[in-house]
Design a protein around this ligand. Structure first.
Ligand code: GLV
Ligand code: GLV
Length: 338
């Protein structure tokens, strides 16, 4: 009797393909692509021993309760805010996530967004796309923004991804790296990975890396604030009006974690009033239902914010590794080996 897996949408996993071809698992799959409708999950979850979801398939307590035979829930994501994890624990169902394999991809994009926001890429690229280049010819101060060199970077959350961003940023010789964290993890600047980067960024050998437990203090001191923490009741709107008004007027906010960590209305106001200089966002409260009426997309804000549609982990390599790891959690649960 092989385990039955409810596959909510296609994922790029060769592991899954091999296991199915060898008849080691049975898959219930949809005929269409895209997010799985709730009704489809509900009508199939009762027969499943395992379910594979992504960020687009929220799993409520009621849904998990309906999965009477469920032994494992595996999500192709590092975040679990779309899943009622208490309900899973209550039933002693195993929860699989995909940490580590996406660290490089998300760190790369975080660095990219930081540089892009500071160098006004949103505005600059719009000028060219709209055929307006001739109205904005090269001029000594046009499109200028600050350099990362010598600046203070403040991380809200300092887990593996944030630490990878910090190590990449050493190349850009920031002045200081500050962080606040709910789960203190030692930052091993002497580890082989980081020392390689330090050699290449010679001026960074004496860089100050310091824990600043007080969030407002971090806001005050940072030239760039990067949020890389998970979403939970204690981090919802962590970046609110109070935090934003503590930031420097020349500072930037980068969010590559979860949209609701930032109070969007407060951010739009801070950008409009010039309370902060700019923002780079890969995630947004209410995504993906963001219409052109969104406050951040209005003329008063749009040139000071660069928004991407949640593509942090979107390298071919990371997504394949995430898919395989997500499937491996399921196969391990049923001791299926290929
Ligand atoms: C992406 O946002 C993830 O949680 O993997
Ligand atoms: C990680 O998520 C942290 O809060 O440090």
């Amino acid at each position: 009797n092989v385990p039955t897996i409810l596959l909510c949408r296609d994922i790029p996993s060769t592991l899954l393909k091999n296991a199915e071809e060898k008849g080691l698992i049975q898959i219930i799959r949809r005929s269409e692509d895209g997010p799985a409708p709730k009704e489809w999950i509900r009508s199939n979850i009762t027969n499943a021993n395992a379910i594979i979801v992504t960020l687009t398939e929220p799993l409520s307590e009621e849904m998990i309760e309906a999965g009477k035979k469920l032994q494992v829930v595996s999500t192709m994501s590092v975040g679990t805010d779309h899943i009622d994890t208490n309900a899973i624990q209550k039933r002693s169902i195993k929860l699989g996530t995909t940490p580590d394999v996406l660290d490089d991809a998300v760190a790369d994009l975080t660095l990219l967004l930081t540089l892009a926001a500071m160098r006004n890429l949103s505005y600059a690229s719009r000028i060219v796309q709209q055929g307006q280049w001739s109205k904005h010819p090269w001029s000594p101060l046009a499109f200028c923004g600050p350099s990362l060199r010598g600046k203070t970077i403040g991380f809200v959350g300092f887990g593996n991804i944030a630490q990878t961003v910090a190590s990449l940023m050493l190349m850009f010789q920031p002045g200081r790296i500050l962080y606040t964290t709910s789960k203190p993890k030692p930052f091993d600047i002497q580890s082989p990975d980081f020392s390689r980067l330090r050699e290449r960024a010679s001026a960074s050998s004496d860089i100050e890396i310091r824990n600043v437990p007080d969030l407002q203090q971090l806001a005050k001191e940072s030239d760039v604030v990067i949020t890389l923490t998970s979403l939970n009741p204690s981090t919802k709107h962590l970046i609110d009006e109070k935090f934003l008004s503590s930031m420097k007027r020349s500072a930037y906010l980068i969010n590559t974690a979860r949209g609701p960590i930032v109070d969007t209305i407060a951010l739009a106001q801070a950008l409009e009033s010039g309370q902060i200089a700019g923002a780079g966002l890969d995630v947004l409260e209410g995504e993906p239902n963001i219409s052109s009426e969104h406050p951040l997309l209005q003329e008063s804000c749009r040139d000071r914010v660069l928004i991407l549609p949640h593509i942090g982990s979107a390298t071919n390599e990371a997504r394949q590794a995430m898919a395989d790891l997500c499937v491996k959690h399921v196969l391990d649960q049923f001791s299926v080996s290929l």
